[in-house]
Design a protein around this ligand. Structure first.
Ligand code: GFB
Length: 317
């Protein structure tokens, strides 16, 4: 049984900031099922790092509710290579939107972060209260610090001004609209592309690192559904983990992607590339207790995401 509905989206103007991204576009798909008006604005019309412009746009467009799905995101190598952009762009985006949301009287705001906010060696599965209990994973601490600041901004506005601002921390996501550029992508789209190419050329599949790290993967439409659920059913200071409840090693994931794509070739590792955090499994008890659970099994999600890749849906192709 889902918990009581606290915020009704019916009749509301809902802004999805970052609607062209993988999560933002899934949110737009999901919100089409609600009786609300979805607002979006393109990058060429509004730079989300410019606070004054964001304020003006919000004043003119008057959203009642906001999802902050806009972010500078990327995989392990991009995070490690561009610390300035991962730190500053993300800080500027959350600052511009959160401050303007308060100033323009937004009723409800959901800030989206990531599981990399937790300490590198957090006890598994990772509970929400593990935040700020230890050192971060060095390859993505810039992004993590910005996302932790975003959570704290939402909490500060709740505490000082009573704003109904909440935060959600999804696990590693994948699905239609992903980034397939191998230099900046996450592991799932990278493996899809690499296995697809290896099959075409009958060559080995190259896996970065040792293949031993474990990760949890969620289909992006499930994440969007969880975000809408939290907007409707959750109102508290602490962020909420969005996860599926189990994880898989990168080597097992490679084998699964190969099975789905239908390729039985050799797998080799490139250990000049980093492994990152050894394990990042979220404890999703809090979300489960609120009455929400993911629907898409990993194999099924990979098949759907691969179909979207074949249809040319995605960036970096
Ligand atoms: O998805 P990924 O880049 O991000 O990498 P993180 C996960 C694991 O897959 C790492 C390995 O152990 C990688 O070494 N891996 C194997 C690969 N082959 C590949 C490949 O071809 N490409 C990539 N990208 N990885 C990111 C953070 O961490 O996760 C972000 O840097 C964010 O801040 C995001 O939190 C969700 O899970 O390691």
């Amino acid at each position: 049984m889902p918990s009581e509905q606290l915020f009704d989206l019916a009749g509301k103007r809902v802004w999805v900031a970052g609607h062209r991204g993988m999560v933002g576009s899934a949110l737009v798909r999901r919100l089409a099922q609600e009786d609300c008006t979805v607002l979006t604005v393109g990058r060429s019309d509004l730079d989300l790092t410019e606070r004054a412009d964001v304020h003006r746009w919000m004043e003119a467009n008057r959203p009642d509710a906001v999802f902050i799905a806009a972010a500078k995101v990327g995989g392990i190598l991009a995070n490690d290579s561009f610390p300035v952009q991962f730190l500053l762009d993300n800080l500027l985006i959350s600052t511009a939107i959160t401050t303007s949301a308060h100033e323009t009287g937004v009723e409800k705001l959901l800030f989206l972060g990531s599981s990399c906010i937790y300490p590198k060696l957090a006890p598994q599965p990772i509970r929400e209260d593990a935040l700020l209990t230890g050192a971060l994973e060095p390859t993505n601490e810039w992004y993590a610090i910005a996302k932790i600041a975003g959570i704290k901004q939402a909490q500060a506005y709740r505490r000082q001004y009573g704003c109904d601002f909440i935060s959600a921390m999804p696990t590693n996501l994948y699905g239609p609209g992903d980034n397939f550029d191998l230099a900046s992508s996450h592991v799932m789209p990278a493996l899809m592309r690499k296995v697809h190419e290896a099959k075409r050329t009958s060559s080995p599949v190259v896996v970065w690192g040792t293949g031993t790290p474990r990760r949890e993967f969620m289909y992006v439409d499930d994440c969007a559904d969880a975000c809408v659920f939290l907007m409707q059913h959750y109102s508290d200071a602490e962020h909420v983990n969005i996860g599926v409840g189990d994880d898989i090693s990168i080597m097992e994931l490679t084998q699964l992607v190969m099975e789905v794509i239908g390729y039985d070739g050799e797998i080799v590792t490139d250990q000049t590339k980093p492994d990152g955090t050894p394990r990042k499994l979220m404890d999703n008890t809090k979300l489960t207790n609120l009455g929400w659970k993911a629907r898409t099994a990993l194999r099924e999600g990979i098949a759907q995401a691969y179909a979207a890749f074949l249809a040319g849906e995605g960036r970096g192709l």
